[in-house]
Design a protein around this ligand. Structure first.
Ligand code: ZN
Length: 228
């Protein structure tokens, strides 16, 4: 029998979210666009929660969400006790490798978004949930947070995403508070991403990345492409 392979939701293109905020700031409340962004973020968060659970040693069935037997032994075949879905557990883990889906530090916020977003009925409620998610942080409550959750859910390098958050539009029509940006910047400047200047998306002068993240690799690639 052929079983379906896991597929994971992709990151959301920044242009869509940028447009949503620009219109919101002007008082143009595009319900369709808010739904589009919100549902795409929801799918991505759902994939992150599943992958994080697997990383914590509790893989879930992709068909029915029941926990499936875990093993770190090669060739182990895991069968869902509820529906019979079957996978090689190493192949299961390989399907999400390198996709920035690990959300262990942001799990409380991811779970809150996943629980509340589907209950958001009005445009304003949806906007507030989107705003909450994209301003959340891994290790939000620790003295040194690690990185913005936005880097997991929005396309681009760590620098691109930081600049994107920094540049989001607020105005008289905004249904979300620009103070969220101030709170986010305060965390950002304490975080291991702090050597990035969010106003430019580039490293601050004479500084280096404090971690081997997607930002670093993406920047290396970009510099190579630019011939630097
Ligand atoms: Zn199942």
């Amino acid at each position: 029998m052929n079983y379906r392979k896991p597929t994971w939701a992709k990151k959301v293109p920044p242009e869509k979210i940028r447009r949503l905020y620009e219109q919101d700031a002007k008082g143009i409340y595009d319900e369709e666009l808010a739904d589009d962004v919100g549902i795409s973020l929801y799918a991505r968060v759902d994939s992150m929660i599943m992958v994080t659970s697997s990383n914590l040693g509790h893989p879930l069935c992709i068909e029915c969400r029941t926990e499936i037997p875990n093993s770190w032994q090669k060739g182990f075949i895991s069968v869902c006790p509820n529906c019979g879905w079957t996978t090689d557990i190493f192949e299961y883990r390989a399907t999400y490798k390198g996709q920035t889906l690990n959300g262990v530090g942001a799990l409380p916020d991811l779970k809150e978004f996943a629980a509340k977003y589907p209950t958001a009925k009005t445009y304003a409620e949806k906007m507030r949930m989107i705003d909450f998610l994209i301003h959340s942080f891994h290790g939000s409550l620790s003295e040194m947070p690690s990185r913005p959750t936005a880097t997991n859910v929005i396309e681009g390098s760590a620098g691109d995403v930081a600049k994107f958050i920094f540049d989001l539009a607020y105005g008289e029509g905004s249904t979300v508070a620009s103070e969220e940006l101030d709170k986010w910047l305060e965390k950002f400047n304490r975080s291991i991403s702090k050597n990035i200047d969010p106003s430019t998306g580039r490293l601050k002068e004479g500084k280096e990345y404090l971690y081997d993240g997607i930002g670093k690799n993406a920047d290396k690639k970009r510099n190579k492409n630019e011939g630097e």
